[in-house]
Design a protein. Structure first.
Ligand code: SF4
Length: 121
């Protein structure tokens, strides 16, 4: 790889985010043995204890999304991380309330169950 290509590869890494998304935040992140899916910033509540009031992420992961990922984009990110280690579960939990996107949750869950039936989700 020449210097120019290397520069653009590194730049794209930072511009697009760790998992290569252009969502401005991580779609997939992990805490302990659990893999988390961050699919929306939206939430109808305003809990006084919500970490969104103070930070834009958690445990070193930036979760505030610039735009919501499609189910296909979520699955694409999931494919990159789902076999990284033996996860205990896949959890829909991120910067907002995921059930706001129930159709998306169902589509991704069906994909997980079809390809990785041993996961809790
Ligand atoms: S994301 Fe969760 S904790 Fe934060 S305001 Fe919404 S319901 Fe409350």
């Amino acid at each position: 790889m020449d210097c120019v290509t290397y520069f653009w590869t590194i730049s794209l890494f930072f511009i697009l985010g760790q998992d290569g998304s252009s969502m401005g935040g991580e779609i997939v992140y992990w805490l302990g043995d659990s893999l988390y899916l961050n699919i929306t910033n939206r939430c109808t509540n305003k809990c006084y204890f919500c970490f969104r009031r103070y930070w834009d992420g958690i445990a070193g992961f930036k979760l505030k999304l610039a735009q919501e990922p499609s189910a296909e984009q979520i699955i694409e990110c999931l494919e990159r991380h789902i076999l990284r280690r033996k996860w205990k579960e896949v959890v829909f939990c991120g910067f907002g309330e995921p059930t706001i996107r129930l159709d998306c949750i169902l589509e991704v869950t069906r994909w997980i169950k079809r390809h990785y039936p041993f996961f809790k989700s």
